[in-house]
Write a new protein. Structure first.
Length: 90
């Protein structure tokens, strides 16, 4: 019933709608050179570097896990070796 409250509530509502509008405009085009855009060039360079590392000879074979019963630490049950697996005696 007060003109001041009507003005405050109307201003707040319209400001909120304009804020949502500008946020949606930013989200519609995330690729570019702006400050808020996704750094696609850096992401692609990082992906290429990761793929190059996967081409390395050591990355082609998974590590071998061996059960270690000689460990003093009860939480350390497995050892990981990147070399050839030791021959297991029967």
């Amino acid at each position: 019933q007060s003109p001041v409250w009507v003005a405050v509530i109307s201003f707040s509502t319209i400001l909120g709608f304009w804020g949502v509008h500008y946020i949606s405009m930013e989200l519609e085009q995330p690729f570019g050179d702006g400050h808020n855009d996704i750094p696609m060039r850096d992401m692609q360079m990082d992906m290429n570097e990761t793929l190059r590392e996967l081409m390395h000879a050591r990355a082609r074979a998974p590590p071998r896990f061996t059960l270690s019963t000689n460990s003093d630490d009860p939480l350390c049950v497995y050892n990981v070796s990147m070399g050839k697996s030791p021959k297991q005696s029967s």
